[in-house]
Write a protein that binds this ligand. Structure first.
Ligand SMILES: NC(=O)c1ccc[n+]([C@@H]2O[C@H](COP(=O)([O-])OP(=O)(O)OC[C@H]3O[C@@H](n4cnc5c(N)ncnc54)[C@H](O)[C@@H]3O)[C@@H](O)[C@H]2O)c1
Length: 456
């Protein structure tokens, strides 16, 4: 492969790790990551990276300053690079038409205009952000609206990494997807990008498709993943009514090779910056094409997720004698999943807010997410933040597991029980603890989708 100058606009959870992997695997490429946020760029250039991701520190250290650079100079970045990934945020729109459903494309469009404004030579522009289908058409229209006759090819290369395992996923992806126009120029641009990934990804895992299939595949992949979580969570509610055990049901169902065993754990629901916004985006697309039933179908995935969180609160209220006022409750974990400090759309935010509404005193503990938790719950009285889980639980009436951090399984629950108010309760929103052992210590244990273990 010949040398390439690669730029990524957006130094977030996707842009940073993805470019660090490309730089590490393609030493002949020069990779620059730019962002409008100077603090974020400074953090990428420091020993304290802006995001926590296992293996990321080591990965960045391999290339930073050699062929991997983080900068705020967007203009120079655009001028000097031929391949431009766009990995800016595409949150749900909070205003105007489509508010609460459609993707907010303002950051994305700003970058398209910057690329047009600063380009002096031909570019391949790669959509890395998750975008509604047909966004590439708008990108092409903006880029080709100038009068400088520069050639722009737009590709779609959605990112499938999962936070918490980003480095592993990037190093060994199930697939890489590249969508392009099926014109001679489109296919040539597609080939250039495929050659980069082929430096470490087997060719048979580099899929190519038409550009609209590529854009849609990302939304559909997230919708299917979230649907599995809502499916097992819906089943957990039925298990609690029938004394079936959701873990046993999931095992029996998941051993069917047509179904598979992954994403089968009942929980307080999915979070993260993507699932909800991408399904809402899908729902909005369906509605705008007049596909009401299809939109309703996918929307239910989100409704079940909301239902599961509210059900969890009602379960706590019911178990704790219908009042939480003045009771101290420790939330074990605040990140939306283990191995990340990201709390965007974390179910813990909803649970914490509902507990505060019930006038409980909330103690939040998390090994990576306390800074974000403070921001998410700022302005709420009656919340404290404690790094050590033992100190967090001391004096509490209940603890509720919000995040499946492995460290919580290894805690000394006898010590925790001894330090708590009695009767002491555990609400395991991730079903990760040894429920029988906790019950034998003296806790009243409420798992999800399984009969509770109580001393009453
Ligand atoms: N987080 C994930 O796990 C994940 C996985 C797959 C895909 N995605 C998608 O990737 C995209 C980025 O997600 P993220 O989690 O990395 O977001 P993020 O918010 O962490 O990062 C986006 C970055 O873009 C920067 N930015 C915004 N406008 C800019 C501009 N005009 N010029 C330069 N920088 C600008 C922001 O300052 C921010 O640092 C989204 O579309 C998301 O849906 C995310």
């Amino acid at each position: 492969m010949t040398e390439k100058n690669i730029l990524c606009i957006g130094a977030g959870y996707v842009g940073g790790p993805t470019m660090a992997m490309i730089a590490a695997k393609c030493p002949q490429c020069r990779v620059t990551v730019v962002d409008i946020d100077p603090e974020r760029i400074a953090a990428w250039n420091s020993d304290n990276l802006p995001i926590y991701e296992p293996g990321l520190d080591e990965l960045v250290r391999v290339s930073r300053g050699k062929n991997l650079f983080f900068s705020t100079d967007i203009e120079r970045g655009i001028r000097e690079n031929d391949l431009i990934f766009v990995s800016v945020n595409t949150p749900t729109k909070s205003f105007g038409l489509g508010a609460g459903l459609a993707a907010d494309l303002q950051y994305w469009e700003k970058t398209a205009r910057q690329i047009l404004g600063f380009s002096k030579s031909a570019k391949i522009v790669i959509e890395k952000s998750t975008l509604p289908v047909k966004t590439a058409l708008a990108m092409e229209r903006i880029l080709n609206s100038g009068d400088n006759a520069i050639r722009f090819d737009v590709l779609s290369n959605p990112e499938f990494l999962a936070e918490g395992s980003a480095v592993r996923d990037l190093e060994n992806p199930d697939r890489v997807l590249i969508g392009s126009r099926e014109t001679e120029e489109g296919l040539r641009a597609r080939g250039i990008l495929a050659d980069i990934f082929a430096q470490w990804v087997p060719r048979e895992r580099i899929l190519t498709s038409n550009i609209w299939s590529s854009e849609l595949s990302k939304l559909v992949a997230n919708a299917f993943l979230a649907q599995r979580i809502s499916s097992i969570n819906a089943v957990s509610a039925l298990c609690e009514k029938t004394e079936a055990n959701v873990v046993e049901v999931a095992r029996a169902v998941g051993m069917d090779s047509r179904i598979g065993s992954k994403f089968m754990n009942a929980s307080i629901g999915f979070g993260g910056s993507c699932f909800k916004k991408d399904i809402l985006n899908l729902v909005y697309l369906c509605r705008s094409y007049g596909l009401t039933e299809v939109a309703d179908y996918w929307e239910m995935v989100i409704r079940i997720n909301d239902y599961q969180q509210e059900r969890f609160i009602q379960g706590m209220l019911g178990a704790m004698f219908n009042t939480l006022a003045g009771k101290k409750i420790a939330l074990f974990g605040f990140a939306f999943k283990a191995d990340t400090g990201d709390t965007r759309e974390s179910p813990a935010i909803y649970i914490a807010r509902r507990l505060i509404e019930e006038r409980a005193l909330v103690v939040v503990t998390d090994p990576q997410a306390l800074k974000n938790a403070r921001r998410d719950l700022s302005g709420n009285e009656g919340v404290s933040y404690v790094e050590d889980p033992y100190s967090a639980a001391a004096g509490c009436h209940a603890l509720a597991v919000m995040t499946e951090w492995g460290i919580y399984q290894a805690l000394d629950f006898q010590r925790i029980y001894d330090s708590m108010e009695k009767p002491a309760f555990i609400f395991d929103g991730r079903n990760i603890l040894d429920h029988r052992a906790c019950f034998e210590i003296g806790f009243n244990v409420y798992p999800l989708g399984k009969p509770p273990l109580t001393h009453f």
